[in-house]
Design a protein. Structure first.
Length: 757
């Protein structure tokens, strides 16, 4: 901000100064002719730098004193004026810096870390506020004479840019072998690209984390990476292409997708494979789409321009279940069984930040993972917290944390799965501390999930005790609903379809297919999927045939069901017939918990159609069902059945599965997948429409992980609108559990407001 202010102040011949405050606010004092000052203010508003965001501009006029002779940038202060701070996310390399690194005459030629005031790392490199080089990871790299000159030249775009550097003074790349011995070579970048071209697997330390890179056109390379990442049987790998032209060689890109791909945020975008898709099928096995990103730093550009393949694999460099490795030591020790070589640099990554993931659904972007390029940008809500701030610790899986101050939520980057993983737990603690530091918030309340056994719940209990602040427990699906309402600026009750995998319910059973009457501080369960047995509990998630057996066992006699399963689905049980017997035993003795999870129903359809019999990554059976359905035609007559029981509407999912089973031999798998999925969506929509009619509510929302399913989303939105109801969906935050912490914070604020009134 300061260089821009400087330039326009000088342009209008004003004197005075500009300085950064401790909360990302800026103070400007100018003296001059009134007309010139008015022009200055107009330009300040109209011509602001691309990344700048104004919360408010406050102008105070004072009589002229003639205190200043020139205009200067002064040293930052720790003083704060804003309700909350705002620091920018990491910004992809800009066009000007890109042309510098490609220009042999420029001193930044071929230099991977080139940046300017408009681009480069921010969030991942800032240690604390105010944002000055000495409080970033660039502190270790004093500017050389040339860089210093640019830094001090008001006419240069690197004027007062905190992260600038060049081959003389900035971070350096080194190539290492598998054992961590440095390899001497003239240009580690070119050498690394050559090794990738030769089919090796490289770990590349980048901006906010580390990637594993290899060729995309060679099955052997991709399969070798899968073999080494033992648990990575089918989970898709993200890939990176040099430019949009290369992406079009293998994927379809519509205008929305292009805009997101090329934005300064540079997330991974899930794109449909084109007919000419010629990359290895093993990149996203069984799926109709592939996760693609464009280069977001000089480092990536310089590697990719040396490579002939239309894309390279760029998947997170982590060992099983651990967060991404970011220190050189961890990268080498944790990834030595995965990578043949390491391309590392000597700049510290202060905050780990995974690549963000976006999927465009029916022309609208849905954020799956809101991380690099987005964090720590806030989300404004219609709920105001009147105290200091709220910390929301998130759920257990795909966790994020959120800090709320005033009416503003600051969601953190992606943290990951916390169940029993020590490194992720440490990362979670570290993120909580960093988010409090960057937002300058000392929470006066902490929010967590209702589930008593989550790590995050225990953490919140401890935090509340240590800080002597209030602890507020939030039901999982309520958090989904509240966040949806908040980002649509809704201030009245809604009917909310929350459709996902699992969430601990108010009745202590597992919910996941709920029609809720939701306000910010309360929910009422109006309708839901039929509760189904989960013989063996969580193992049903891994082996969906167990769930299928349980669902069908209600209407099909045991011996007949055994016959069907033995013929077609025996390999859906980990230990074959023996395990099938165990499942029937549990069912006969009614020894199980029940669930209304949508995920388990979609998984069961996937298992029934033999699309996916074992879950190897989160959501896999349902994701592959969607991909299969996308290739099919919805031509099979299957209709959902909804019954009223004890005042609640229940969607009979047993009948749904039964209907699909009856037609298995008459139709193509992809058509049955499309129609089964459609009937499921219709069932959810119909329950919501009835609930809206009966309650007189005019707004129906759709949230939860199932909202990522394009067909289901389209069908629900169409039916809701056809019934003259307003349909709301997520635009700014993830529909799935990555957004739960935001909802937790909002509900906590609303509940506190209720009790204080
Ligand atoms: Zn730049
Ligand atoms: Zn330099
Ligand atoms: Zn959820």
């Amino acid at each position: 901000m300061r260089p821009f202010v400087y330039r326009i102040a000088v342009k209008w011949r004003l004197t005075g100064y500009v300085l950064n405050l401790g909360d990302a606010g800026v103070r400007i004092i100018v003296e001059g002719e009134r007309k010139a000052i008015e022009n200055f203010i107009r330009e300040l508003k109209e011509e602001k730098p691309p990344m700048a965001r104004y919360e408010k501009i406050e102008v105070n006029w004072k009589p002229h004193q003639g205190r200043f002779k020139t205009f200067n940038i002064r040293a930052s202060t720790k003083e704060t004026i804003l309700k909350s701070s705002y620091i920018p996310p990491d910004i992809s390399i800009c066009e000007k810096c890109l042309s510098d690194i490609l220009n042999p005459a420029d001193r930044h030629y071929n230099y991977a870390f080139t940046c300017c005031a408009d681009c480069g790392p921010r969030f991942t490199s800032i240690i604390e506020l105010p944002y000055d080089r000495m409080r970033t990871t660039m502190n270790e790299f004093p500017l050389c004479r040339d860089c210093e000159q640019e830094y001090r030249n008001p006419l240069d775009r690197r004027y007062h840019a905190q992260g600038i550097c060049c081959p003389k003074c900035g971070p350096k790349l080194t190539l290492y072998d598998r054992k961590g011995n440095p390899i001497s070579c003239e240009d580690p970048l070119k050498e690394a690209a050559k090794l990738i071209e030769e089919g090796e697997i490289l770990a590349i330390k980048g901006i906010g984390g580390t990637h594993l890179a290899t060729l995309t056109t060679d099955d052997e390379c991709v399969l070798e990476l899968r073999r080494r990442k033992r648990k990575r049987k089918y989970k898709p790998f993200a890939i990176m292409s040099l430019n949009i032209g290369k992406v079009r060689e293998y994927a379809l890109v519509n205008e929305y997708e292009e805009e997101i791909l090329t934005s300064f945020r540079r997330p991974i975008v899930l794109l449909k494979k084109s007919e000419n898709y010629n990359l290895s099928e093993w990149i996203s096995p069984g799926l109709h789409n592939v996760g693609v990103m464009l280069p977001y730093s000089g480092l990536h550009y310089l590697i990719l321009q040396e490579i002939n393949d239309p894309a390279i694999v760029m998947t997170s460099g982590n060992s099983t279940d651990n967060p991404m490795a970011i220190t050189d030591e961890k990268i080498i020790s944790q990834l030595s069984h995965l990578a043949d070589y390491f391309l590392l640099h000597n700049r510290e990554i202060y905050q780990r930040c995974d690549d963000s993931v976006v999927k465009v659904i029916n022309g609208k972007p849905k954020i799956i993972r809101r991380s690099r390029g987005y964090v720590p940008e806030p989300i404004d809500t219609p709920i105001e917290h009147r105290g200091e701030g709220i910390l929301a610790v998130g759920p257990e899986l795909t966790a994020t944390v959120t800090i709320m101050k005033g009416n503003r939520c600051f969601p953190s980057q992606h943290i990951g799965n916390l169940s029993g993983n020590l490194e992720t737990i440490e990362f979670h603690r570290n993120v909580v501390n960093q988010m409090m530091k960057l937002t300058l918030v000392k929470p006066d309340a902490v929010a967590c999930d209702l589930h008593p056994n989550f790590y995050t719940t225990r953490y919140a209990e401890e935090f509340a005790q240590n800080h002597k602040i209030e602890l507020i427990r939030i039901q999982h699906h309520h958090a989904h609903a509240a966040k949806l309402m908040a980002e649509n600026n809704i201030n009245e009750p809604i009917v909310c379809i929350t459709s996902d995998g699992v969430g601990y319910g108010l009745d202590r059973t597992i919910w996941g297919g709920e029609i809720l009457l939701a306000t910010y501080s309360s929910i009422q369960r109006l309708a839901h999927l039929k509760p189904q047995p989960m013989p063996g509990g969580d193992v049903c998630t891994k082996y969906p045939t167990r769930m299928l057996t349980a669902i069908l066992s209600e209407t099909i006699p045991e011996d007949k069901l055994r016959e069907i399963l033995t013929k077609n689905h025996l390999n859906g049980f980990k230990h074959g017939i023996q395990e099938m017997n165990v499942v029937f035993n549990l069912l006969r003795k009614k020894n199980y918990i029940t669930t209304t999870s949508s995920g388990r129903v979609l998984d069961s359809i996937s298992a029934l159609l033999k699309i996916c019999l074992e879950k190897t990554y989160q959501g896999e059976p349902a994701i592959r069902l969607e991909s299969t359905a996308a290739r099919g035609k919805d031509t099979v007559k299957i209709t959902p059945e909804i019954n009223k029981r004890n005042g609640k509407y229940i969607f009979d999912t047993t009948k749904l599965l039964h209907d699909i089973l009856e037609k298995v031999n008459q139709y193509k798998v992809q058509d049955l997948a499309a129609s089964g999925q459609r009937a499921f969506a219709e069932g959810l929509a119909q329950m919501a429409i009835i609930a809206a009619e009966e309650t007189g509510i005019k707004i129906v929302g759709f949230t939860g992980g199932v909202a990522y399913n394009e067909a289901i989303n389209r069908i629900i939105s169409k039916q809701v609108k056809e019934n003259k109801l307003r349909f709301i969906e997520h635009k700014k935050t993830p529909p799935g559990d990555a957004g739960i912490s935001i909802g937790q914070a909002i509900i906590a604020a609303a509940k506190l407001n209720d009790t204080n009134e």
